[in-house]
Design a protein around this ligand. Structure first.
Ligand code: PLP
Length: 418
């Protein structure tokens, strides 16, 4: 039984037909520097299947107009297309209603929206509880909010395996905590955080929870009602959708309570010079002409992932990660950065005596695309005393042959550079 079959059977899912799936991704079928492309930089951005590209082309070819404004057919079609994308996002997250799905430019803007809107209620001495493994987009928006209000960040440390120190998390939740903002999955380490436990503990004290789902959404089934979180953010481009679109899920109660993020068209019901009445949810948070084609592409990407099945995707990627971890760890001088008991999709590592950028360049010369650097998580790099890491990150369309190509390319890089 292959590793993939074993993992799929343990997960109770049929193994993926990866060859057929790869047929949907034109970009994967090319040579780079004379080698077949092995695209292992999915944590930075996924590739798009033909179905997503065609949905966007169809929209622009047949249906485009501005939304919510016209009495004509094309405007109605564009509005319906956008709302179909919203409904797909609601379904993916199992949100209770479409009004809880706010379109943003991505995870970064979704977190900034909440941080901005929450400012009004933050007071000096209040705390935002984050973790040491956050992406900069779940650090800097809170720092900005703190600078303007006198609130402060409280940072839960991680341990040497790259896991959240849960005892510390519980200890740091206190009467001053106004929000917990945590990654569901760490982009630098691959750690899957126990977000249901985190949310339950915060809620027991009446504290809301925002989860950064950028690295979870394409790897695991996410059910915001089962998790109980108050906000969940993700980006389209990290799940086979377009760049420039993402989602902020917010529980109705919270979205109603928060003030608007930006002002302009679409977010209003009526405007006079004395008073503006804001639109209903979710439009209160969507000022200006939206990225309709983005919503169309996002809806197509969600449909595509659902068609494959997130459980089968998780089983396949777990097998890839297990294979890569075993093979890369066996190379001399390798240190794996991030060895949490539960991980998803990401293998970060360092090879003694080789700068990760040099490693990334030599791998690229052999057709292998990985990321090298701090991965927008500088505090994680500081914790592990490295300037950066090499990071291979996996998607459901990756193959075990590509892992072998990575390992062979690392062998060449070691002989050249170590
Ligand atoms: C965990 C995490 N959060 C947030 C982001 C920011 O996502 P975006 O740049 O799509 O807004 C990323 C991107 O890498 C990420 O990995």
């Amino acid at each position: 039984m292959s590793a993939q079959q074993a993992s799929a059977s343990a997960a109770g899912t049929a193994p993926l037909d990866v060859a057929a799936i790869r047929g949907d991704f034109p970009i994967l079928h090319q040579q780079v520097n004379g080698y077949p492309l092995a695209y292992l930089d999915n944590a930075a951005s996924y590739q798009r299947p033909r179905q997503v590209i065609e949905a966007i082309t169809h929209y622009y070819t047949h249906d485009h107009a501005n939304v919510h404004r016209g009495v004509h057919v094309l405007s109605q079609r564009a509005t319906d297309a956008q709302e179909a994308g919203r409904e797909a996002a609601r379904r993916l997250l199992n949100a209770a209603e479409r009004a809880e799905i706010v379109f943003t430019r991505g995870t970064t803007e979704a977190i900034n929206l909440v941080a901005y809107a929450l400012r009004e209620s933050l007071r000096p001495g209040d705390e935002i509880l984050i973790s040491q493994m956050e992406h900069h987009s779940n650090i800097v928006p809170w720092q900005l909010a703190c600078q303007r209000t006198g609130a402060r960040l409280n940072v839960v440390p991680i341990n040497a395996r790259g896991e959240l120190e849960l005892d510390e998390f519980h200890r740091r939740l206190n009467a001053r905590t106004r929000l917990v903002a945590m990654a569901h999955v760490s982009n630098a380490l691959g750690t899957v955080n126990p977000v249901a436990e985190i949310t339950a503990a915060a809620h027991a004290r009446g504290i809301p929870v925002l989860l950064d789902g950028a690295q979870a959404i394409a790897h695991r089934k996410v059910d915001v009602q089962a998790l109980g979180c108050d906000f969940y953010a993700f980006s389209g481009h990290k799940m086979c959708g377009p760049t420039g679109i993402g989602v902020l899920y917010g529980r109705r109660e919270w979205l109603e309570r928060l003030p608007p993020f930006q002002g302009g068209g679409d977010m209003i019901l009526s405007v006079s010079f004395d008073h503006t009445e804001y639109n209903e949810l979710p439009y209160k948070f969507e000022a200006g002409t939206p990225d309709v084609a983005g919503a169309v592409g996002l809806g197509a990407a969600i449909g595509y992932l659902e068609g494959i099945g997130l459980d089968a995707i998780a089983a396949h990627e777990d097998a890839l990660l297990e294979h890569a971890t075993r093979a890369v760890s066996a190379l001399p001088g390798v240190r794996i950065i991030g060895e949490a008991a539960e991980k998803a999709g990401v293998l970060s590592f360092d090879i003694e005596g080789i700068h990760p950028h040099d490693l990334g360049t030599v791998l690229d010369h052999q057709g292998v695309a990985i990321r090298a650097g701090h991965h927008c998580a500088m505090p994680v790099m500081d914790f592990f005393h490295v300037a950066g890491t090499a990071r291979a990150s996996f998607a459901f369309y990756n193959t075990h042959e590509e892992i072998e190509q990575l390992v062979a390319a690392l062998g060449v890089a070691r002989r050249m550079l170590a």
